[in-house]
Each structure stands twice: as structure tokens, then as C-alpha cells.
Design a protein around this ligand. Sequence first.
Ligand code: HEC
Length: 163
Amino acid sequence: MRRPLLLLLLLLPLAACDDMTAQPKRNAYADPSVAPGRVPTDSVSWRDHSTAPPPLTLALIERGQQRFRIDCTPCHSELGDGNGMIVQRGFPQPPSYQEDRLRAAPPQHFYDVITNGHGAMYSFAQRVAPEDRWAIAAYIKALQRSQHAAIADLTAAERAALP
Ligand code: HEC
């Protein structure tokens, strides 16, 4: 008496099996509510290039500082000496921005490194919009200058105020 009941219980789940190809489904190409995927406006595509560097303003440098702190300091550190937290935890150490070669490098070089990556550093093209690459490049040039200011950079009044 028990066996047929057990058999029935075992077979019962099979009744739920269905040929999935026969199920109704959405046609991604025909249904406007499904396709094609919208590109979020704040994402950057790999080949996005801005035409020319924007004019150098304080606002640009401040924007660059803010983006630099978010995207670059984990490895390059606030000082740009390449001793960021990720490096302290074992990531390959980047060169200091105070190397002569990098101090002589134009903003375009920093723009290109952000866009294409460089050696062990991966590209940030997907994360940093072209305008922000210029902003970061401008900030790095200011950061380099801030640690290598010459007396000649000061105005006469500032020089007179020196102790
Ligand atoms: C995950 C760590 C990491 C982050 C984040 C990072 N970098 Fe780097 N960066 C490196 C490493 C490592 C190198 C050295 C790569 C090599 O020479 O193989 C490097 C090298 C560089 C160089 C030197 C290139 C040269 O000519 O030698 C520049 C400039 C640079 N990075 C800029 C940036 C900027 C700007 C950002 C932020 C948008 C950034 N990096 C974010 C790891 C990082």
C-alpha cells in the first residue's frame, strides 16, 4: 500500500518540468523596454578623447586635487612619492613624481598614463573622464612644483617677506 504512494510522490515533481523553449520570453531586439542597454552618462568609454587641454584655472587644479585623492593616492600617496597604502600592502611601487624625468614631463604625459596605463599601472580610462584627466595632470604639475619651488618663482613682495 505504501509503495505506490511513495512512487507517486517521487514522480510528482516531474510534472512541473516544462520545455523551457516553449515558454513565452522577451525578444531583446524587438522590445523597447529591454534593449538596447543605455550607457550611464557618468561612465567613460575606452576611446573617449577630449580635444585639447582646458585653460589652466584654480578650479581645474582643485578638481584635479579632488580626483587625484580618490583615484591615485591609494598607490601614489598624497605626496606623490609612490608610497600609498596599496603599495605598503605589496603592490609594485610607482616612481616618485619628483623624479627629474617626471618633473620635466608635460601634462600630456600624465593624461596619456591615465588613459593607457603604464607598465604595472592599469588604465583609468573607464574611471576618469577626459576633462578630469587634464584636471589631475594639472594638479600633479602643481604638486611637483609645490615640493620644488625656487626663489625665482616668488614675486618681489613675497621675496621681501622671507625671513
Ligand atoms: C593600483 C595602484 C595605482 C594607482 C591607483 C595609480 N597608479 Fe600610477 N602607477 C602605478 C605603478 C605601479 C606605476 C609604475 C608602473 C611601471 O613603471 O611599471 C605607476 C606609474 C605612474 C606614472 C609614471 C609613468 C612613467 O612615465 O614612469 C604616472 C604619471 C602615474 N602612474 C599616474 C597616475 C595617476 C594620475 C593616477 C590616478 C588617476 C594613478 N597613477 C593611479 C600604480 C598606480
